[in-house]
Design a protein around this ligand. Structure first.
Ligand SMILES: [Zn+2]
Length: 348
């Protein structure tokens, strides 16, 4: 029996909550909450009306902290002496250098291959001071790391490049860095993305991601396109101010050309400028890649996900609550369409 192609569906349910509202003389008011379903993976995210959860605290906390912390073992002069080296057979030089970027294995790793890549030996780079070249160099060093590890391991591995910027995003070290990670066992979301994308391709003979681009190109969530990239705010966000980008058509991270990595660096740079313009200074990012070393398939391309985290301040409100931690449900107070409108109004 011929099955019709799965069209991409942006499903949402609107539910309402009634209260007698003290702000309106205890008259009954109704609040709307959207439950949005991710069109590929089927998880749901809740969007309530704005509660000011992304309220920006004032003060000079970050500058004070930068001044106090001064240096660490990722800084020039110490990083060469105090960080681990890659095994001899993987990379005899021990560390991978591309421009200012410097990559070394993680002292307390979390998988078969996990490393740290500092953008520069300077202790701190403010969000608006990152250059596209610094981002390119760090991503390129991660790609070389993946190539060397993949060659040494010899069978399938799942790569991702990850980043926590500042303490509210989970980073224990101020010094800006990425964390490339390569393991035979994909993480939960990585596995779901890979499996669901494969399934969609096998069923429909087309990539979900190509279809998603078609659907999002004329939506209120579209941000911009570059020669290899497509940026948008996802229908069912996992984080505040979340932006996603699809890179290429199915190349894994080892297949990316320098032009594609430059393109990706430019995309990340624009999003960081956007966060800076909204006075956000902390973020998480991930670049998921299809498994390596399989050749080019159209099923799943490299996917960038980036979201803002609470602003660096002594008394910040954490944005991971019982919802995110134990219900695996994300609670957001701004729609992706509102975030996209803010982007378009800010970054030209
Ligand atoms: Zn440092």
């Amino acid at each position: 029996m011929l099955e019709l192609m799965d069209s991409i569906r942006f499903k949402k349910k609107i539910i309402t909550a009634r209260i007698r509202n003290p702000l309106q003389n205890f008259t009954e008011t109704i609040e709307q909450i959207e439950i949005r379903v991710d069109p590929l993976l089927g998880y749901s995210s809740r969007i309530s009306k704005s509660k000011g959860l992304d309220k920006i605290p004032g003060g000079e906390s970050l500058n004070d902290f930068v001044t106090q912390s001064k240096s660490c073992f990722f800084c020039k002069g110490r990083v060469e002496e105090q960080t681990p080296k890659l095994p001899e057979d993987i990379y005899p030089e021990g560390r991978i250098t591309v421009g200012e970027a410097f990559l070394f294995p993680n002292l307390s790793g979390f998988g078969t291959f996990s490393a740290v890549c500092i953008f520069s030996k300077e202790h701190f780079i403010a969000l608006d001071q990152f250059t596209s070249i610094q981002i390119f160099n760090a991503l390129k060093a991660c790609q070389i790391y993946f190539q060397k590890c993949s060659l040494s391991y010899g069978s399938r591995l799942f790569p991702s490049i990850n980043g926590n910027y500042l303490l509210p995003a989970g980073s224990s070290i101020l010094h800006p860095h990425l964390q490339p990670f390569l393991d035979p066992y994909p993480t939960n979301l990585q596995k779901q993305l890979w499996r669901a994308s494969k399934k969609y391709y096998q069923k429909n003979g087309k990539s979900f991601w190509t279809e998603l681009k078609k659907a999002e190109r004329n939506s209120d969530r579209f941000l911009f396109e570059t020669p290899f990239g497509f940026a948008y705010t996802p229908f069912a966000p996992l984080g505040f101010y979340e932006v996603n980008a699809v890179l290429g058509n199915g190349e894994n991270i080892l297949d990316l050309t320098n032009e594609m990595i430059q393109d990706l660096s430019g995309i990340i740079h624009r999003i960081l400028q956007f966060y800076h313009s909204r006075q956000h200074n902390s973020f998480n990012l991930v670049l998921f890649s299809p498994p390596v070393p399989n050749g080019i398939k159209e099923e799943l391309p490299c996917i960038l996900k980036i979201c803002s985290r609470p602003v660096f301040t002594p008394l910040y409100r954490n944005d991971v609550t019982f919802f995110e931690k134990f219900h695996q449900e994300n609670m957001i107070d701004k729609t992706p369409e509102e975030v996209a409108a803010e982007y378009r109004a800010t970054i030209k």
